[in-house]
Design a protein. Structure first.
Length: 248
């Protein structure tokens, strides 16, 4: 097949090359071994020489049995933990070079993290919880609250901004935590079993919300889940098994 085409003027022009999205997240040779915890006990190796590439706009699901190391992998990708060997890059940033302060700033600036449990501060309202990452980076309260209110609206909780976490249902609490993760407009969304504490119907609604926001806002996302149906609706599904990350 020719890689050129003829214009109306009779000139031959090359076909435009298909666009390949840039790499947002890359892990190479990633190894995590927990040192022995008792005399005579060997270390626990979760994975060795693990590679992962995530391109802009992808929604990658990671599945696997409990204890396979899925949450640990997310912690390494978010600079919440350091690998025994190997490297993680987010864009041009090499995470292993970060000091504790730089890692904290990286998470506040470039990563939105959703946990299985919402970890909302009970003494603050929903909108105040969402605004926390912005206040932590020094944004003035008025601007932070305005942006937080916008993201509460994006997760369908605009009218519930003044309610404290104890006044919200489990699904609503997780929606607030999702808004908090996205309020900084991060490069990367990481979600660790975000529907794991929810009933089937509520979990379905929260997953649909995450997927909808991913598409609407052009996010790049990595999601750990036990729910194969959810994982199958992502861009790619990878399985972590016996220390190897493979297509599922």
């Amino acid at each position: 097949m020719s890689d050129t085409w003829m214009t109306d003027s009779g000139r031959m022009q090359p076909f435009p090359k298909p666009h390949t999205p840039p790499v947002v997240l890359r892990a190479e040779g990633l190894t995590k071994v927990y040192a022995e915890v008792a005399e005579g006990a060997g270390g626990l190796e979760l994975f060795r020489s693990l590679d992962l590439t995530v391109r802009q706009g992808e929604m990658v699901a990671i599945v696997g049995e409990s204890g396979a190391g899925k949450s640990t992998l997310l912690h390494l990708l978010a600079a919440l933990d350091k690998p025994t060997a190997g490297e993680v890059w987010c864009g041009d940033a090499r995470l292993s070079t970060f000091s504790a302060r730089q890692a904290s700033e990286f998470r506040n600036r470039d990563v939105g993290y959703v946990w299985q449990f919402h970890y909302l501060l009970p003494e603050f309202s929903a909108v105040e919880n969402v605004a926390m990452p912005l206040l932590a980076r020094g944004m003035n309260r008025s601007s932070a609250m305005e942006r937080a209110a916008f993201w509460l609206g994006e997760v369908g909780l605009g009218p519930r901004g003044r309610h404290r976490s104890g006044e919200l249902s489990g699904g609503e609490q997780q929606r607030v935590s999702l808004a908090r993760a996205l309020v900084t407009e991060p490069k990367l969304l990481l979600a660790d079993e975000p529907t794991g504490d929810l009933d089937g119907k509520t979990g379905e609604a929260v997953f649909d919300l995450i997927r909808g926001l991913h598409l609407a806002h052009g996010l790049t996302s990595v999601l750990v889940t036990h729910n194969i149906d959810f994982a199958a609706r992502c861009t790619r599904m990878l399985r972590l098994r016996r220390g190897i990350l493979e297509a599922a």
